[in-house]
Design a protein. Structure first.
Length: 257
């Protein structure tokens, strides 16, 4: 387990930006073995709230009394999941949104992104119906562009994107391009980028069992997820299919024709 600051380029070949402690596991536990390693899962909102601050509404659903208690437990849960998946846990000292007055942008992410060695693949969440996820994507795209690095790849954030009715079909991308309920983030990216599916996985029973084990490491989050996502852990539910897209700016794509 590590945290910022980073004094020299880290050895990672793949960096997955997870807005919160559970997002990377919910979204990518099945595909992680297919990504070039070593791999780091970087929790952007990984900082502790001030001592004594009452639990947010979300953390209250998980049974916590204070924000600091929730942070301590969730960080330990994430460490177990990362160890199970064979990836490095990295945290950025930026508290979760409810504990930051005014919902400040995750600027602490900039230091990590600027420290990466050339060629490191960065994955960001799509940001389907989740403003913290979208903010992480926008920040990563901006900083990587400023450093001259390649655009990040984008993963479907689950269970959010996975509620698309066509999610587990070959028509998922076409449906996202039309859906007003689940496709707005995808459509936002398509205005300026060509999106190409780079990884797509419908988990078989063995991979699903392995993913379920990693997801259950984040036990404190399950009760909070149910009100908005229902039976999201059902065997053939939104977590069963995972996708990653590459981004190519349309100006670059048009010039290469």
């Amino acid at each position: 387990m590590s945290s910022l600051p980073i004094s020299e380029p880290p050895p990672w070949r793949t960096v997955i930006l997870s807005p919160h402690f559970d997002d990377a596991v919910l979204s990518l536990a099945g595909l992680l073995p297919e990504l070039p390693g070593p791999t780091a899962v970087v929790t952007v909102h990984g900082g502790a709230p001030d001592a004594g601050v009452p639990a947010s509404g979300w953390d209250d659903l998980g049974g916590f009394s204070t924000g600091a208690e929730a942070h301590r437990v969730r960080r330990a849960e994430d460490a177990r999941a990362c160890a199970l998946l064979g990836v490095e846990q990295v945290t950025i000292d930026h508290p979760d949104g409810p504990y930051v007055e005014g919902g400040l942008q995750p600027t602490a992410l900039d230091t990590l992104l600027r420290s990466l060695a050339p060629g490191t693949r960065v994955l960001t969440p799509l940001g389907t119906n989740q403003r913290d996820h979208r903010a992480v994507r926008l920040r990563a795209m901006r900083v990587l562009a400023e450093t001259g690095a390649a655009a990040p790849w984008v993963y479907a954030d689950l269970p959010y994107t996975g509620h698309l009715p066509e999610w587990d079909t070959a028509q998922a991308c076409e449906a996202l391009a039309e859906s007003e309920a689940y496709g707005l983030a995808y459509q936002e990216l398509r205005r300026d980028h060509r999106l190409t599916v780079r990884h797509e996985l419908r988990l078989d029973d063995d991979r699903w069992a392995a993913k379920r084990e990693a997801v259950l490491c984040h036990a404190s989050q399950l009760a909070a997820l149910v009100p908005g996502h229902g039976d999201f852990l059902v065997r053939n539910g939104p977590l069963r299919t995972e996708r990653i897209w590459s981004l190519e700016p349309l100006a670059t794509a048009d010039a290469s024709r």
